[in-house]
Design a protein around this ligand. Sequence first.
Ligand SMILES: Nc1nc2c(ncn2[C@@H]2O[C@H](COP(=O)(O)OP(=O)(O)O)[C@@H](O)[C@H]2O)c(=O)[nH]1
Ligand SMILES: [Mg+2]
Length: 196
Amino acid sequence: MTKEIILIGRSNVGKSTLFRELTGKKVRIGKRPGITQHPFRAKVGEIFYVDMPGYGFMLNVSRAEQEKTKDSIVRYIEEHSGEIILAIQVIDAASFLDIADRWEARGEVPFEIELWEFMADQGLDVLLAANKMDRLARLDRDKALDLICERLGMLPPWSQWIDRVAPISAKRCQIEPLRAAILKRLGEKAREAPDI
Ligand SMILES: Nc1nc2c(ncn2[C@@H]2O[C@H](COP(=O)(O)OP(=O)(O)O)[C@@H](O)[C@H]2O)c(=O)[nH]1
Ligand SMILES: [Mg+2]
């Protein structure tokens, strides 16, 4: 059976940058977000890392096209739930709260929150990679992480959730908290089911 770790999140949050850090494999970064319509896979040891297409606002991409991307992500998760041993939801920690507020002001559930809940409902093991921490002033970081956790149904302080929430800066190659969380999960799984 193939085992997958998927990276999922809005366009431009830094998924591909993180993917490169985790796998050492080059994927196109930055330019023309939303153009990658297909999951990009790279094998590390026995595990496939999958860089999922981003969803959300994309320049020159129609609303209908965006809905199709979301549907395809949801379908991918449903169809691969047996292979996905871990999902990493990547957010831009510096803009997550503003975007969530904007959606809620319009009476909509922010897709990032919907997706987090959807993955939990699917029984997936999900980690939150709070990326772009470098864009937050040092003094604001704990507060921002507390508020983000609260929106995702995890009671603050965020430091209670250190096994699920990893503040990182993929661009600056500062992803140790995420590596540690991944290794811990994989270690636990190996003990639960020695074939993984
Ligand atoms: N400041 C900052 N920028 C980042 C970080 N990670 C990625 N970026 C930038 O965010 C943009 C989008 O990155 P990309 O990996 O293509 O995002 P994706 O659309 O989610 O795959 C690029 O300009 C990256 O250089 C980070 O940790 N900090
Ligand atoms: Mg990308």
